[in-house]
Every structure is written in C-alpha cells, then in structure tokens.
Design a protein around this ligand. Structure first.
Ligand SMILES: [Zn+2]
Ligand SMILES: [Zn+2]
Length: 268
C-alpha cells in the first residue's frame, strides 16, 4: 500500500491563517516542508481520507484527480476534515456526473449533517462505527475510537489490504482503554500518528504533543502493535506546537520516527 499525506497541518495550517508567530513566519520564509495544509490522505490513489478545505489545492499541487477516488472516508466532523460544501463540485452542473463516483463512509453525525445540507443529493452513504470493520474494494477498513469529540464517534482508521495494515490516526487524543485493547495483538506495518501540539502541550484533551506521542508509541511497542518493522510517521502539526520541520526531525529522527510533510508518500 502507498499512503500519500496530502495535508500534514492542523486546523489553521502552517503558515497559520491568522498568525504571524515564529513557526508561521519561518514557514513563510522557507516554504518547502514547513508549509502544511489541512490534514488529509490518499491510500493507493483511490481511498480518500477526509475532505479538508485545502483539498483542491492539494490535488492541483500533486497532479491528482478527484475522479480517481473510489471512496471518501471521514474521521470526524471538525471543519478541517469535513468541508462539506466541497462535495457539490462532484456533480452536475460542474461536470456530467449524475451520481457521485465515489462512496462516502462516515459516522452517524456526519451523515446527518450531509442529509441536512443536501437531502436529495445522489450520494452513496454508509455509516461507520468504531470497531466495526467494513469492506471496500478488497480492503478491510476498521475505524477505531479516538478521544477527540465528546458527542460524536470520532475515528482513526485501520486499513488492511490483505497483506499489509496501516493505521491513520489524526485527532486521536489519548486513546480510551477500549482502543488500546482493540489494538493489542494487532500488528501495524505503518502508523501515521498526530503530533499536533509538538513542543507546546495545552490542556485540550483531544490532541497529542511530542511527549505523549512517544508515550503512545512506547505503549504500542510494548503491546506488540508496533515493532521494528513498523514505519512510524507524524502528521497534523500545529503552528502552536512551536516546532519547525527541522526541529521536529532533530527530535524524532533519533527515535526512529519520520516527520510527515505535505506530499509525502509512505510505501509498505
Ligand atoms: Zn484536525
Ligand atoms: Zn479534530
């Protein structure tokens, strides 16, 4: 499998929308891997994860086609992952499609939001629930529960193609015990894990920082979910984490962790 990180930033991106802090200014000057759009990913070129408001820019930047998507899988309803107005461009009159060319998989809250906005749209909608696997195009996709939103089943996504398994985990928070237990005894070939708050932790429960990232990784190693053969990579970085790409690399590289960036491809 190949996972492409289309966006590696958190809600307001880097350089941040309305911030001129050190990390944003550094990114404005240096460009490259320091520029992070809102988080999304693409598996094997056709399973799209989340629909951030930067999706069009990401496709244009990487020379990709949304018409290649077979599925759009949502993790949760925060604006940086669920930019629902973008869905309208999948249809007539913007093109000749009379029906969405991809299936949408999402939790009950997101489906109710879509139904509220666009009750008559020709979309193939499937409800997802944490720990309930579903099949799509030969893949088994298992959402696992994140500790991120109180009143919604926010999910991280385990994707298995029959040979390899990856876990894409933005907006995780510190997982509840039920998630740790579910992951126990399952081995990952690739773990993409959020590091939103990097070197500046906050009191918000729904994200990880550099230290909690390492604590989570250590626990995953001890319980056999991650081993020496697992590729581990960060994503969903905020300017508020006070870390440039180089600073993140200096911290994570000696610990065997890759630092994600926009356009990065991870092959397992
Ligand atoms: Zn997010
Ligand atoms: Zn979120």
């Amino acid at each position: 499998m190949i996972l492409r990180i289309l966006g590696s930033g958190s809600a307001d991106g880097i350089p941040a929308f309305f911030s001129n802090d050190r990390v944003s200014e550094h990114a404005r000057r240096h460009g490259g891997k320091d520029v992070r759009t809102r988080s999304g990913a693409l598996v094997d070129g056709h399973i799209k994860i989340d629909l951030p408001p930067d999706t069009l820019l990401q496709l244009q930047r990487d020379g990709l086609r949304a018409s290649d998507w077979s599925a759009l899988v949502f993790t949760h309803s925060h604006d940086d992952h669920f930019s629902y107005p973008e869905l309208q461009y999948a249809f007539f009159p913007f093109n000749d499609n009379l029906f969405a060319p991809f299936a949408i998989y999402a939790n009950a809250f997101i489906l109710s939001e879509i139904a509220g906005y666009y009750p008559d749209w020709p979309l193939e909608l499937h409800e997802t629930r944490s720990f309930v696997p579903f099949r799509h195009a030969g893949y088994t996709i298992t959402p696992v529960r994140a500790e991120h939103l109180e009143d919604e089943d926010s999910q991280n996504l385990m994707i298995d193609d029959g040979e390899r398994t990856l876990l894409y985990a933005t907006d995780t928070g510190w997982w509840p015990e039920v998630t740790w237990n579910f992951l126990k005894g399952r081995r990952l070939d690739l773990l993409v894990l959020e590091c939103t708050e990097a070197f500046q932790p906050t009191d918000y429960h729904g994200h990880l920082d550099a230290e909690t990232f390492l604590r989570a990784l250590d626990r995953l190693r001890r319980q056999g979910t991650v081993d020496d053969g697992t590729v581990v990579c960060t994503t969903h970085h905020s300017h508020s984490g006070n870390a440039t790409h180089d600073e993140l690399e200096r911290f994570f590289r000696p610990r065997g962790v890759l630092v994600g960036f926009d356009g990065m491809e991870l092959e397992i």
